[in-house]
Design a protein around this ligand. Structure first.
Ligand SMILES: *Cc1c(COP(=O)(O)O)cnc(C)c1O
Length: 430
Protein backbone atom coordinates (compact mmCIF):
# COMPACT_ATOMS: atom_id res chain seq x y z
CA UNK A 1 0.00 0.00 0.00
CA UNK A 2 1.22 3.47 -0.91
CA UNK A 3 1.03 5.88 1.96
CA UNK A 4 2.39 9.40 2.20
CA UNK A 5 5.45 10.33 4.23
CA UNK A 6 3.19 12.25 6.62
CA UNK A 7 1.00 9.18 7.12
CA UNK A 8 3.95 6.95 7.80
CA UNK A 9 5.42 9.46 10.28
CA UNK A 10 2.03 9.65 11.98
CA UNK A 11 1.96 5.86 12.35
CA UNK A 12 5.37 5.93 14.00
CA UNK A 13 4.42 8.91 16.14
CA UNK A 14 1.35 7.18 17.51
CA UNK A 15 3.46 4.37 18.95
CA UNK A 16 5.54 6.69 21.11
CA UNK A 17 3.63 9.97 21.57
CA UNK A 18 0.06 10.06 22.95
CA UNK A 19 -2.16 10.46 19.90
CA UNK A 20 0.96 11.02 17.82
CA UNK A 21 1.19 14.72 18.65
CA UNK A 22 2.58 17.08 21.28
CA UNK A 23 -0.57 19.23 21.35
CA UNK A 24 -4.02 17.70 20.73
CA UNK A 25 -5.54 19.84 17.95
CA UNK A 26 -2.63 18.98 15.64
CA UNK A 27 -3.93 15.40 15.34
CA UNK A 28 -6.79 16.45 12.98
CA UNK A 29 -9.35 14.64 15.17
CA UNK A 30 -11.93 17.39 14.63
CA UNK A 31 -11.72 17.16 10.84
CA UNK A 32 -10.77 13.53 10.31
CA UNK A 33 -7.85 12.18 8.33
CA UNK A 34 -4.15 12.14 9.05
CA UNK A 35 -2.19 15.27 9.98
CA UNK A 36 0.27 16.91 7.63
CA UNK A 37 3.86 16.80 8.94
CA UNK A 38 5.62 20.10 8.27
CA UNK A 39 9.20 20.18 7.10
CA UNK A 40 9.86 23.87 6.51
CA UNK A 41 8.28 27.22 5.86
CA UNK A 42 9.20 30.52 4.26
CA UNK A 43 7.16 33.72 4.00
CA UNK A 44 3.50 32.85 3.40
CA UNK A 45 4.17 29.17 2.59
CA UNK A 46 4.65 25.93 4.52
CA UNK A 47 6.01 22.72 2.98
CA UNK A 48 5.19 19.24 4.20
CA UNK A 49 7.30 16.08 4.30
CA UNK A 50 5.77 14.97 0.97
CA UNK A 51 6.86 18.17 -0.76
CA UNK A 52 3.41 19.78 -0.90
CA UNK A 53 3.23 23.56 -0.63
CA UNK A 54 0.48 25.36 1.27
CA UNK A 55 -0.48 28.99 1.84
CA UNK A 56 -0.43 29.61 5.58
CA UNK A 57 -3.49 30.74 7.52
CA UNK A 58 -2.40 29.39 10.92
CA UNK A 59 1.09 30.81 11.22
CA UNK A 60 1.92 28.64 14.24
CA UNK A 61 -1.39 29.76 15.80
CA UNK A 62 -0.39 33.40 15.59
CA UNK A 63 3.29 34.00 16.29
CA UNK A 64 4.46 34.22 12.67
CA UNK A 65 2.75 37.57 12.06
CA UNK A 66 5.56 38.63 9.71
CA UNK A 67 5.48 35.30 7.88
CA UNK A 68 8.00 32.49 8.25
CA UNK A 69 11.75 32.82 8.53
CA UNK A 70 11.77 36.61 8.74
CA UNK A 71 15.38 37.59 8.06
CA UNK A 72 15.76 40.02 10.97
CA UNK A 73 14.57 37.45 13.50
CA UNK A 74 16.70 34.76 11.92
CA UNK A 75 19.74 37.00 12.23
CA UNK A 76 18.95 37.97 15.83
CA UNK A 77 18.68 34.30 16.80
CA UNK A 78 21.86 33.24 15.04
CA UNK A 79 23.75 36.17 16.60
CA UNK A 80 22.45 35.27 20.06
CA UNK A 81 23.45 31.63 19.68
CA UNK A 82 27.11 32.68 19.46
CA UNK A 83 26.95 33.67 23.13
CA UNK A 84 25.64 30.28 24.40
CA UNK A 85 22.05 29.21 24.89
CA UNK A 86 21.10 29.79 28.50
CA UNK A 87 22.57 31.32 31.63
CA UNK A 88 19.86 31.25 34.29
CA UNK A 89 21.07 34.72 35.22
CA UNK A 90 19.88 38.23 34.31
CA UNK A 91 20.74 39.66 30.90
CA UNK A 92 20.60 43.06 29.18
CA UNK A 93 18.01 41.80 26.68
CA UNK A 94 15.51 41.08 29.45
CA UNK A 95 15.67 44.71 30.53
CA UNK A 96 15.28 45.92 26.96
CA UNK A 97 12.28 43.71 26.16
CA UNK A 98 10.59 44.68 29.46
CA UNK A 99 11.02 48.38 28.67
CA UNK A 100 9.70 47.82 25.17
CA UNK A 101 6.59 45.88 26.27
CA UNK A 102 5.78 48.51 28.90
CA UNK A 103 5.98 51.18 26.19
CA UNK A 104 3.72 49.21 23.82
CA UNK A 105 0.97 47.65 25.99
CA UNK A 106 -1.18 50.23 27.82
CA UNK A 107 -1.92 48.24 31.01
CA UNK A 108 1.61 46.98 31.59
CA UNK A 109 3.78 48.85 34.12
CA UNK A 110 5.82 45.79 35.14
CA UNK A 111 6.24 42.47 33.35
CA UNK A 112 7.54 38.97 34.13
CA UNK A 113 8.67 36.64 31.32
CA UNK A 114 7.71 32.93 31.38
CA UNK A 115 7.89 30.12 28.81
CA UNK A 116 4.32 29.72 27.53
CA UNK A 117 0.87 31.25 27.51
CA UNK A 118 -0.23 28.57 29.96
CA UNK A 119 2.39 29.65 32.47
CA UNK A 120 1.40 33.28 31.98
CA UNK A 121 -2.28 32.73 32.83
CA UNK A 122 -1.56 30.35 35.74
CA UNK A 123 0.81 32.91 37.22
CA UNK A 124 -1.54 35.84 36.62
CA UNK A 125 -4.38 34.29 38.61
CA UNK A 126 -1.97 33.32 41.40
CA UNK A 127 -0.87 36.94 41.68
CA UNK A 128 -4.48 38.14 41.56
CA UNK A 129 -5.32 35.74 44.40
CA UNK A 130 -2.29 36.79 46.43
CA UNK A 131 -3.08 40.46 45.87
CA UNK A 132 -6.79 40.27 46.76
CA UNK A 133 -6.63 37.51 49.37
CA UNK A 134 -9.58 35.88 47.56
CA UNK A 135 -9.83 32.42 45.97
CA UNK A 136 -12.42 32.37 43.18
CA UNK A 137 -12.07 33.37 39.56
CA UNK A 138 -14.58 33.97 36.78
CA UNK A 139 -13.92 32.78 33.24
CA UNK A 140 -16.12 32.56 30.14
CA UNK A 141 -17.41 29.45 28.37
CA UNK A 142 -15.40 28.81 25.24
CA UNK A 143 -12.45 31.01 26.25
CA UNK A 144 -9.17 29.08 26.40
CA UNK A 145 -6.42 30.13 28.76
CA UNK A 146 -3.99 27.25 28.35
CA UNK A 147 -4.10 23.96 30.21
CA UNK A 148 -3.77 25.11 33.82
CA UNK A 149 -6.13 23.18 36.13
CA UNK A 150 -8.19 26.25 37.03
CA UNK A 151 -9.10 26.89 33.41
CA UNK A 152 -10.18 23.40 32.34
CA UNK A 153 -13.67 24.00 33.59
CA UNK A 154 -16.95 23.87 31.69
CA UNK A 155 -20.06 25.70 32.78
CA UNK A 156 -22.68 24.02 34.91
CA UNK A 157 -26.30 24.50 33.92
CA UNK A 158 -27.19 28.12 34.43
CA UNK A 159 -24.81 30.93 35.19
CA UNK A 160 -24.88 30.73 38.96
CA UNK A 161 -23.77 27.13 39.39
CA UNK A 162 -20.26 25.99 40.21
CA UNK A 163 -18.09 24.71 37.40
CA UNK A 164 -17.39 21.03 36.92
CA UNK A 165 -14.01 19.78 35.73
CA UNK A 166 -13.67 19.44 31.98
CA UNK A 167 -10.82 16.97 32.28
CA UNK A 168 -10.04 14.06 34.59
CA UNK A 169 -7.18 15.02 36.87
CA UNK A 170 -8.64 18.39 37.82
CA UNK A 171 -9.85 18.20 41.40
CA UNK A 172 -13.32 19.25 42.53
CA UNK A 173 -11.64 21.68 44.90
CA UNK A 174 -10.01 23.51 42.02
CA UNK A 175 -13.20 23.36 39.95
CA UNK A 176 -15.20 24.91 42.78
CA UNK A 177 -13.06 28.01 42.64
CA UNK A 178 -13.70 28.59 38.92
CA UNK A 179 -17.04 30.19 38.03
CA UNK A 180 -18.11 30.40 34.41
CA UNK A 181 -20.38 32.74 32.49
CA UNK A 182 -21.46 32.91 28.84
CA UNK A 183 -19.35 35.31 26.76
CA UNK A 184 -20.96 38.69 26.04
CA UNK A 185 -23.38 38.28 28.96
CA UNK A 186 -22.89 41.03 31.55
CA UNK A 187 -25.99 40.03 33.51
CA UNK A 188 -24.58 36.54 34.11
CA UNK A 189 -21.32 38.07 35.38
CA UNK A 190 -23.21 40.42 37.70
CA UNK A 191 -25.18 37.47 39.09
CA UNK A 192 -21.99 35.50 39.79
CA UNK A 193 -20.45 38.52 41.48
CA UNK A 194 -23.55 39.14 43.62
CA UNK A 195 -23.71 35.49 44.67
CA UNK A 196 -20.00 35.45 45.64
CA UNK A 197 -19.46 38.81 47.34
CA UNK A 198 -15.85 39.53 48.29
CA UNK A 199 -14.74 36.08 47.13
CA UNK A 200 -13.74 36.73 43.53
CA UNK A 201 -10.07 37.48 42.95
CA UNK A 202 -10.04 37.78 39.18
CA UNK A 203 -12.08 37.85 36.03
CA UNK A 204 -10.16 36.55 33.03
CA UNK A 205 -11.14 36.64 29.37
CA UNK A 206 -9.90 36.80 25.83
CA UNK A 207 -11.02 40.36 24.97
CA UNK A 208 -11.52 39.11 21.42
CA UNK A 209 -11.97 35.35 21.55
CA UNK A 210 -9.94 33.19 19.21
CA UNK A 211 -10.48 29.84 20.86
CA UNK A 212 -14.15 29.16 20.05
CA UNK A 213 -13.46 30.54 16.62
CA UNK A 214 -13.22 34.30 16.33
CA UNK A 215 -15.86 35.98 18.52
CA UNK A 216 -15.95 39.72 19.10
CA UNK A 217 -16.97 41.49 22.30
CA UNK A 218 -20.40 43.09 21.98
CA UNK A 219 -20.63 46.89 22.23
CA UNK A 220 -20.14 47.83 25.88
CA UNK A 221 -19.17 44.34 27.07
CA UNK A 222 -15.52 45.09 27.91
CA UNK A 223 -16.45 48.44 29.47
CA UNK A 224 -19.16 46.72 31.52
CA UNK A 225 -16.68 44.17 32.83
CA UNK A 226 -14.23 46.95 33.70
CA UNK A 227 -16.97 48.66 35.70
CA UNK A 228 -18.02 45.52 37.59
CA UNK A 229 -14.40 44.74 38.46
CA UNK A 230 -13.81 48.30 39.69
CA UNK A 231 -16.92 48.19 41.87
CA UNK A 232 -16.05 44.83 43.41
CA UNK A 233 -12.26 45.08 43.70
CA UNK A 234 -11.81 42.23 41.20
CA UNK A 235 -8.59 42.02 39.16
CA UNK A 236 -9.52 42.24 35.47
CA UNK A 237 -7.19 40.07 33.38
CA UNK A 238 -7.10 40.30 29.59
CA UNK A 239 -5.63 37.12 28.16
CA UNK A 240 -3.98 38.63 25.09
CA UNK A 241 -1.85 35.60 24.26
CA UNK A 242 -3.51 35.62 20.82
CA UNK A 243 -4.56 39.24 20.40
CA UNK A 244 -1.47 40.90 21.88
CA UNK A 245 0.67 42.65 19.23
CA UNK A 246 -1.84 41.38 16.64
CA UNK A 247 -4.99 43.51 16.82
CA UNK A 248 -2.74 46.53 17.23
CA UNK A 249 0.75 47.00 18.64
CA UNK A 250 -0.87 47.40 22.07
CA UNK A 251 -3.28 44.48 21.52
CA UNK A 252 -7.06 44.41 22.00
CA UNK A 253 -6.82 46.72 25.01
CA UNK A 254 -5.42 49.48 22.84
CA UNK A 255 -7.86 48.77 20.01
CA UNK A 256 -10.93 48.86 22.29
CA UNK A 257 -9.60 51.48 24.71
CA UNK A 258 -10.25 49.37 27.83
CA UNK A 259 -7.35 48.90 30.24
CA UNK A 260 -7.23 45.70 32.30
CA UNK A 261 -5.32 45.35 35.59
CA UNK A 262 -3.22 42.43 34.34
CA UNK A 263 -2.42 41.18 30.84
CA UNK A 264 -1.13 37.79 29.73
CA UNK A 265 0.94 37.54 26.58
CA UNK A 266 2.41 34.74 24.46
CA UNK A 267 2.66 33.63 20.84
CA UNK A 268 3.90 36.77 18.95
CA UNK A 269 5.93 37.89 21.98
CA UNK A 270 8.45 35.11 21.33
CA UNK A 271 8.67 35.54 17.56
CA UNK A 272 8.15 31.77 17.26
CA UNK A 273 10.23 30.76 20.29
CA UNK A 274 8.51 29.41 23.44
CA UNK A 275 7.74 32.56 25.43
CA UNK A 276 4.91 33.95 27.53
CA UNK A 277 4.63 36.89 29.90
CA UNK A 278 2.30 38.44 32.42
CA UNK A 279 2.27 42.04 33.51
CA UNK A 280 0.14 44.94 34.61
CA UNK A 281 -0.22 47.45 37.40
CA UNK A 282 2.96 47.88 39.42
CA UNK A 283 0.98 47.60 42.65
CA UNK A 284 -0.15 44.09 41.70
CA UNK A 285 3.09 42.94 40.06
CA UNK A 286 5.00 44.04 43.17
CA UNK A 287 3.41 41.04 44.91
CA UNK A 288 5.56 38.72 42.76
CA UNK A 289 8.61 37.03 44.29
CA UNK A 290 11.34 38.08 45.16
CA UNK A 291 9.79 41.54 45.75
CA UNK A 292 6.58 40.12 47.19
CA UNK A 293 5.26 36.87 48.65
CA UNK A 294 3.66 35.30 45.54
CA UNK A 295 6.08 32.68 44.25
CA UNK A 296 6.75 32.21 40.55
CA UNK A 297 10.00 31.16 38.89
CA UNK A 298 11.52 29.53 35.80
CA UNK A 299 14.93 28.03 34.98
CA UNK A 300 14.66 29.02 31.32
CA UNK A 301 12.51 32.14 31.79
CA UNK A 302 13.89 35.08 29.82
CA UNK A 303 16.03 32.64 27.82
CA UNK A 304 18.52 34.67 25.75
CA UNK A 305 17.71 33.03 22.41
CA UNK A 306 13.97 33.44 22.95
CA UNK A 307 14.45 37.04 24.09
CA UNK A 308 16.52 37.81 20.99
CA UNK A 309 13.69 36.55 18.76
CA UNK A 310 10.97 38.28 20.79
CA UNK A 311 12.79 41.57 21.13
CA UNK A 312 13.46 41.74 17.42
CA UNK A 313 9.85 40.89 16.59
CA UNK A 314 8.41 43.48 18.96
CA UNK A 315 10.88 46.15 17.90
CA UNK A 316 9.89 45.60 14.30
CA UNK A 317 6.17 45.83 15.10
CA UNK A 318 6.73 48.93 17.23
CA UNK A 319 8.66 50.70 14.49
CA UNK A 320 6.46 49.65 11.56
CA UNK A 321 2.85 50.75 12.12
CA UNK A 322 2.22 50.01 8.42
CA UNK A 323 2.23 46.31 9.39
CA UNK A 324 -1.16 46.80 10.98
CA UNK A 325 -2.52 48.78 8.04
CA UNK A 326 -1.43 46.01 5.72
CA UNK A 327 -3.01 43.32 7.94
CA UNK A 328 -6.28 45.29 8.11
CA UNK A 329 -6.33 45.63 4.32
CA UNK A 330 -5.53 41.95 3.77
CA UNK A 331 -8.24 40.92 6.23
CA UNK A 332 -10.81 43.21 4.62
CA UNK A 333 -10.00 41.99 1.09
CA UNK A 334 -10.17 38.35 2.12
CA UNK A 335 -13.45 38.68 3.98
CA UNK A 336 -15.15 40.72 1.28
CA UNK A 337 -14.06 38.04 -1.23
CA UNK A 338 -15.54 35.33 0.99
CA UNK A 339 -18.76 37.33 1.41
CA UNK A 340 -19.09 37.81 -2.35
CA UNK A 341 -18.69 34.05 -2.88
CA UNK A 342 -21.24 33.17 -0.22
CA UNK A 343 -23.74 35.67 -1.63
CA UNK A 344 -23.22 34.27 -5.12
CA UNK A 345 -23.87 30.74 -3.81
CA UNK A 346 -26.94 31.91 -1.88
CA UNK A 347 -25.37 30.91 1.44
CA UNK A 348 -25.77 32.78 4.68
CA UNK A 349 -22.84 31.50 6.78
CA UNK A 350 -21.47 33.72 9.50
CA UNK A 351 -18.04 35.29 9.14
CA UNK A 352 -16.59 36.86 12.27
CA UNK A 353 -13.65 39.10 11.52
CA UNK A 354 -11.42 41.69 13.09
CA UNK A 355 -8.10 42.85 11.65
CA UNK A 356 -5.99 39.79 10.85
CA UNK A 357 -8.25 37.25 12.65
CA UNK A 358 -11.34 35.60 11.20
CA UNK A 359 -13.52 32.48 11.35
CA UNK A 360 -16.00 31.28 8.76
CA UNK A 361 -18.69 29.52 10.80
CA UNK A 362 -20.89 27.03 8.99
CA UNK A 363 -24.06 28.34 10.59
CA UNK A 364 -26.67 30.94 9.64
CA UNK A 365 -26.83 32.25 13.20
CA UNK A 366 -24.80 35.16 14.52
CA UNK A 367 -21.94 33.74 16.63
CA UNK A 368 -21.58 35.72 19.85
CA UNK A 369 -20.77 33.02 22.41
CA UNK A 370 -19.99 29.31 22.72
CA UNK A 371 -23.55 27.95 22.34
CA UNK A 372 -24.03 29.91 19.11
CA UNK A 373 -20.59 28.79 17.83
CA UNK A 374 -21.75 25.22 18.46
CA UNK A 375 -24.67 25.61 16.06
CA UNK A 376 -22.06 25.22 13.27
CA UNK A 377 -22.20 22.18 11.01
CA UNK A 378 -18.99 20.41 12.11
CA UNK A 379 -18.98 17.56 9.53
CA UNK A 380 -19.42 20.21 6.83
CA UNK A 381 -16.44 22.13 8.23
CA UNK A 382 -14.38 18.92 8.10
CA UNK A 383 -15.15 18.48 4.39
CA UNK A 384 -14.41 22.14 3.73
CA UNK A 385 -11.12 21.90 5.63
CA UNK A 386 -9.90 18.97 3.51
CA UNK A 387 -11.04 20.62 0.29
CA UNK A 388 -8.99 23.69 1.23
CA UNK A 389 -5.98 21.52 2.10
CA UNK A 390 -6.30 19.79 -1.30
CA UNK A 391 -6.18 23.26 -2.87
CA UNK A 392 -3.02 24.17 -1.00
CA UNK A 393 -4.53 26.25 1.81
CA UNK A 394 -3.48 25.33 5.35
CA UNK A 395 -6.20 26.19 7.90
CA UNK A 396 -6.63 25.51 11.59
CA UNK A 397 -8.05 21.96 11.76
CA UNK A 398 -11.20 22.82 13.73
CA UNK A 399 -14.30 24.99 13.32
CA UNK A 400 -13.50 26.48 16.73
CA UNK A 401 -10.28 28.19 15.68
CA UNK A 402 -9.45 31.61 14.38
CA UNK A 403 -7.26 31.98 11.31
CA UNK A 404 -4.27 34.33 11.48
CA UNK A 405 -3.01 36.38 8.57
CA UNK A 406 0.61 37.42 8.17
CA UNK A 407 2.24 40.30 6.32
CA UNK A 408 3.79 37.76 3.96
CA UNK A 409 0.40 37.34 2.21
CA UNK A 410 0.29 39.18 -1.11
CA UNK A 411 -2.80 40.16 -3.10
CA UNK A 412 -2.14 37.16 -5.32
CA UNK A 413 -2.22 34.82 -2.30
CA UNK A 414 -5.45 36.46 -1.16
CA UNK A 415 -7.06 35.92 -4.57
CA UNK A 416 -5.95 32.27 -4.47
CA UNK A 417 -7.48 31.81 -1.03
CA UNK A 418 -10.76 33.44 -2.08
CA UNK A 419 -10.95 31.17 -5.15
CA UNK A 420 -10.09 28.03 -3.13
CA UNK A 421 -12.64 29.02 -0.50
CA UNK A 422 -15.44 29.27 -3.04
CA UNK A 423 -14.55 25.92 -4.62
CA UNK A 424 -14.17 24.26 -1.21
CA UNK A 425 -17.55 25.42 0.04
CA UNK A 426 -19.11 23.97 -3.13
CA UNK A 427 -17.18 20.69 -2.71
CA UNK A 428 -18.12 20.45 0.98
CA UNK A 429 -21.82 20.90 0.23
CA UNK A 430 -21.34 18.18 -2.37
C1 LIG B 1 -2.57 29.77 22.96
C2 LIG B 1 -3.28 30.42 24.11
C3 LIG B 1 -2.93 30.15 25.45
C4 LIG B 1 -1.93 29.11 25.81
O1 LIG B 1 -0.65 29.41 25.39
P1 LIG B 1 0.41 28.19 25.27
O2 LIG B 1 1.67 28.89 24.86
O3 LIG B 1 -0.15 27.25 24.25
O4 LIG B 1 0.51 27.58 26.62
C5 LIG B 1 -3.56 30.89 26.44
N1 LIG B 1 -4.48 31.80 26.15
C6 LIG B 1 -4.86 32.07 24.90
C7 LIG B 1 -5.87 33.13 24.63
C8 LIG B 1 -4.29 31.37 23.84
O5 LIG B 1 -4.70 31.62 22.59
Amino acid sequence: MNISVSESLFQRAQQYIPGGVNSPVRAFRAVGGSPVFIKSARGAHVYDEDGNEYIELINSWGPMILGHGHELIQKAVSDAIQNSFSFGAPTRREVEIAELIVSMVPSVEKIRMVNSGTEATMSAIRVARGYTGRDKIIKFEGCYHGHGDSFLIAAGSGAVTFGTPDSPGVTKGVANDTLTAPFNNLDAVQQLVDANKNQIAALILEPVVGNMGCVLPAEGFLAGLRKICDQEGIVLIFDEVMTGFRLSKGGAQERFGITPDLTTLGKIIGGGMPVGAYGGKAEIMNCVSPLGPVYQAGTLSGNPIAMAAGYTMLTYLNEHPEVYTQLENSGNKLISGFSRSLAKLGLNYTINHIGSMYTLFFTDQPVTDFPSAKTSDLPLFGKYFHAMLDRGIYLGPSQFESMFLSTALTDTHIEQIIQANEESVIVALG
